[in-house]
Design a protein around this ligand. Sequence first.
Ligand SMILES: C[S@@+](CC[C@H](N)C(=O)[O-])C[C@H]1O[C@@H](n2cnc3c(N)ncnc32)[C@H](O)[C@@H]1O
Length: 277
Amino acid sequence: MDKLAELLTVKPRLFEPGEPLFWNDPHISKGMLKAHLDPTHDAASRRPEIIDNIVKHLLDSGVLTPEMKLLDLGCGPGLYAERFCRTGIHVTGIDISERSIDYAKKHAAESGLKIEYRCMDFFDMDYTGEFDAVVQIYGELCVFPDSKRDELLALTHKALKPGGVFVFDITTRTHRMKAGLKNRWYFSQGGFWYPERHLVLEQGFNYPEDSVWLDQYIVICNEGVKVYRNWFRDYSRDSVSKVLSDAGFSIKHVWNDLTGAEFSEDGDWIGIVAVKE
Ligand SMILES: C[S@@+](CC[C@H](N)C(=O)[O-])C[C@H]1O[C@@H](n2cnc3c(N)ncnc32)[C@H](O)[C@@H]1O
């Protein structure tokens, strides 16, 4: 069977990888940075007013305090890092996207903000007991299979000081079901996925017994057929509590999101503050 026919007829295995480059792809990262910085939608980062509310809530609730040492995992172009830094928090930001980190470094320098940015895979971090807080915002923990998620939790646990907090948000099945399975195609003269003429076939797959979801994008272009796979593992309060407890964290706060909205079982997101035991 040729590649396209197979892609269109076979349901991918759980977390079967697509193209190796996504966040750091030289072309895709251009559109991604533009999306992060676009204040009118929530595609790559949340809108500025929501980011402001999250930062305000984390400070007002005392979860974060000035002078803390904070690590921002997957900091993107530094939208949260800069706001944290302005409150007197000492921020280190890690991201795999060279384009986002270059932007973040330049913007911080122009704004007179002292933030340490590192362009690297967070699976390669090697901190021991250095941070009072680690944040990972906008659902990044959901994109990994359980074994990789646990590896990242172990690295995060090790990076924190005793009693340090891990602040993050994750999606629920409610969020996924509202979005619905992708199922459309379009022709483009050049766009997000590829700079020249190409065809995009979007297809969604549901793995309900594993709480896993796939948004698949098949891109047919002059280089051939490429497949991009965005995997998501969704959580409930119970399922994430077990994962955190196994990783050596206890839960301090559970909200509907990181702006501090009251938790409800049928919310779209879960915002969590977990403490290193
Ligand atoms: C959904 S975006 C969120 C960005 C930022 N937290 C925000 O909300 O504005 C996820 C970020 O994680 C980064 N990322 C993904 N995988 C990564 C990895 N393995 N190591 C470091 N950064 C990664 C991406 O480049 C991207 O900037």
